[in-house]
Write a protein that binds this ligand. Structure first.
Ligand SMILES: [Zn+2]
Length: 467
């Protein structure tokens, strides 16, 4: 659907503009300009700055459900919140980001989709308007990430992700893209990506998409973000049950997040250098597919025994971690819908973050708070090594006995490759499986992908800017 953000109060003739009126008395209501109350909102104002974004999403979603063509939100309506918690700029940002994310629905393939929506955000402070601009970029990139993640595997193939990256490089500033396919992957010995993707061919075959954003060319500091791009995960020969397979086109969500984060950073002219790596594959079943018991020799020099072909995400990420070494990165962060275990541990409330670097952990958690895209630390350490013991190779890709500790043993697998590449102390892993799709009703988002990670990454890199 088309969503348009404006900061002028003048609505087009005949459009019902809805105003969210909230005073000290709750609940709030949506009232049309003709005075008719459309909806009572059960707004439960808490203490955190997220309340602005939550209320805005709720109001906009209500307007969408009433098929209203426009909604107007006034920054002055938020006076009853503790305004010391956020600046005018962050108020503008939260309102724009919240409005865009709240209005979104995935309707690209519906003949009668959602009518276009116009959102007026009113405030006269310059900082507020700058915040609206920033929030508009972030909200649009989050929504584009949701669309790509929601797009099924017959359309959003590895080749299609590569095409999206090339298209972005052509239209946005300071971005270059190259894509490694058959020969390129072979030349670099990226045997884990090749093994996982071997059951799929042509446009569905494996790729490594390399995106370089140079927003601060006079600076050597360069960070790498890596996103799991499994365009469909059948589980391979360790096949998922028919109950567990639907929705697995969203197993590329981490990769899509990397793509749209870099788009947002370019549009915001962020003064940072970021390399995005997206190993894009389909984990399919075919006579040529990799199998349990296979032993794969890797470019990193760590041999891997495959004990479960459904633990494919960590394999493709491990190759990308090794590839990241050539950039001598300052920090490396991967993002992946990696384990059901993380979802069981955290519910839908948080994504998991793993790192041995306390500063990096703190900065990422802070960015998650600012981005309304929250993280919670889960353990990472050598006590999980025994889950991955193999007698025939240096490491097994999955635990053979039971499922306990699955999120942390996966993180430890990745850590081994980060250690081999020499950046284990500046490495973090984000498991966004808990927040792959919207379930948490309080977040007021349409069903489907949440675009987890885009907003927090953008906040993280904005906070890393140097003059
Ligand atoms: Zn899998």
């Amino acid at each position: 659907m088309q969503i348009e953000i404006n900061t002028s109060a003048a609505p087009a003739e005949g459009v019902a503009v809805v105003s969210l009126t909230m005073g000290s008395e709750l609940p709030a209501s949506l009232v049309r300009t003709d005075g008719i109350a459309v909806s009572e909102l059960q707004v439960n104002i808490g203490a955190g700055p997220w309340e602005v974004e939550r209320v805005v999403r709720q109001a906009v979603r209500a307007a969408v459900s009433f098929k209203l063509p426009a909604i107007q939100l006034n920054s002055a309506d938020f006076i009853m919140l503790d305004r010391t918690l956020f600046s005018e700029r962050s108020l503008g940002k939260m309102m724009a980001r919240g409005a865009l994310m709240g209005a979104y629905v995935f309707d690209d393939y519906l003949t009668n989709g959602q009518a276009p929506m116009r959102i007026n955000l009113i405030g006269d402070d310059e900082a507020f308007l700058a915040g609206v601009q920033e929030g508009t970029v972030i909200g649009q990139c989050v929504n584009e990430a949701r669309t790509l993640s929601n797009t099924p595997a017959n359309i959003a193939t590895p080749a299609e992700l590569a095409r999206c990256a090339h298209k972005m490089a052509a239209s946005e500033a300071n971005i270059t893209v190259r894509v490694l396919e058959d020969q390129g992957l072979k030349r670099e010995d990226l045997n884990l990506i090749r093994a996982v993707g071997r059951g799929a061919r042509g446009t569905h075959g494996p790729r490594l998409i390399v995106i370089e954003y140079s927003g601060k060319p006079d600076n050597d500091i360069q960070d790498v973000i890596i996103g799991k791009g499994v365009c469909y995960d059948t589980g391979g020969n360790s096949m998922k049950s028919s109950d567990n397979m639907p929705g697995m086109h969203r197993d590329k969500s981490g990769g899509v997040t990397v793509l749209k984060t870099i788009q947002a950073l370019s549009q915001l002219k962020a003064r940072v250098n970021v390399v995005g790596l997206i190993p894009a594959v389909e984990n399919s079943v075919d006579g040529d597919s990799y199998r349990p018991d296979d032993i794969i020799e890797t470019a990193a020099g760590i041999s891997v025994e495959v004990t479960n072909t459904d633990a494919e995400g960590r394999l493709i990420l491990a190759d990308a971690l090794w590839y990241a070494k050539r950039y001598c990165p300052d920090t490396v962060i991967d993002i992946a819908t990696l384990t059901g275990a993380a979802h069981i541990a955290l519910g839908d409330a948080y994504s998991g973050v793993f790192s041995t670097n306390k500063t990096l952990l703190r900065d990422l958690i802070t960015a998650g708070e600012a981005g309304f895209d929250p993280l919670w630390e889960l353990p990472l350490g050598p006590r999980y090594a025994h889950y991955l013991r193999s007698t025939q190779a240096d490491i097994a890709n999955a635990c053979m006995s039971g499922k306990s500790g699955g999120a942390s043993s996966a993180a430890w697998f990745l850590h081994r490759f980060a250690e081999k590449a020499g950046f284990a102390e500046n490495y973090a892993h984000l498991d966004i499986a808990p927040r792959m799709v919207q379930v948490f009703p309080d977040e007021h988002l349409a069903p489907g992908s949440m675009g987890a990670g885009v907003s927090l990454f953008v906040e993280y890199f904005l906070s890393k800017q140097t003059p």
